[in-house]
Design a protein around this ligand. Structure first.
Ligand code: CMP
Length: 133
């Protein structure tokens, strides 16, 4: 078993898609270990996305991620990180494979509905950002 973090982003909470996303995760055999709904401060969002410091999209991303509630979830499954990246699809929904969550509900490269950790190392850091586990 290993663990990863998914965040339902504001464009998806706004469209009442939290339940839909949990359904996709559970059908893909993820166990939702912890979950909460939070409103990120600007400081939280900048800290979470510190790896993107200096990128041209950072300010807009921070504004978007603080524009409404988000739902971080600690997920567990065998090959959790790699399988979630596959299920979520490419960052740009326009380039995501058919059947992926972003293909299905993502609106744009920024408003792409979900965040998923990209490595075991980052999953541990991102889980610790939101949960005590
Ligand atoms: P996420 O997987 O959460 O990681 C960084 C986020 O920045 C990304 O999803 C998008 O929401 C956002 N973003 C906006 N523009 C870009 C871009 N050009 N490349 C990568 N990420 C972008």
């Amino acid at each position: 078993m290993n663990r990863t973090l998914l965040i339902v982003k504001p464009d998806a909470t706004e469209r009442n898609l939290i339940g839909h996303i949990i359904g996709r995760l559970e059908k893909a055999r993820y166990k939702v270990v912890e979950m909460k709904m939070v409103r990120l401060s600007e400081q939280d969002a900048r800290r979470f996305y510190a790896v993107h410091e200096g990128k041209p999209f950072l300010n807009s991303l921070v504004a978007f991620m603080t524009s409404g509630p988000v739902v971080p979830m600690l997920l567990e499954k065998e090959s959790a990180v790699a399988d979630l990246r596959t299920l979520v699809g490419a960052t740009d929904p326009g380039k995501a494979d058919c059947g992926t969550i972003r293909y299905e509900i993502g609106k744009s490269i920024e408003k792409n509905s979900v965040h998923a950790s990209d490595s075991d190392e980052n999953a541990a850091i991102e889980i610790a950002f939101f949960f005590d586990n």
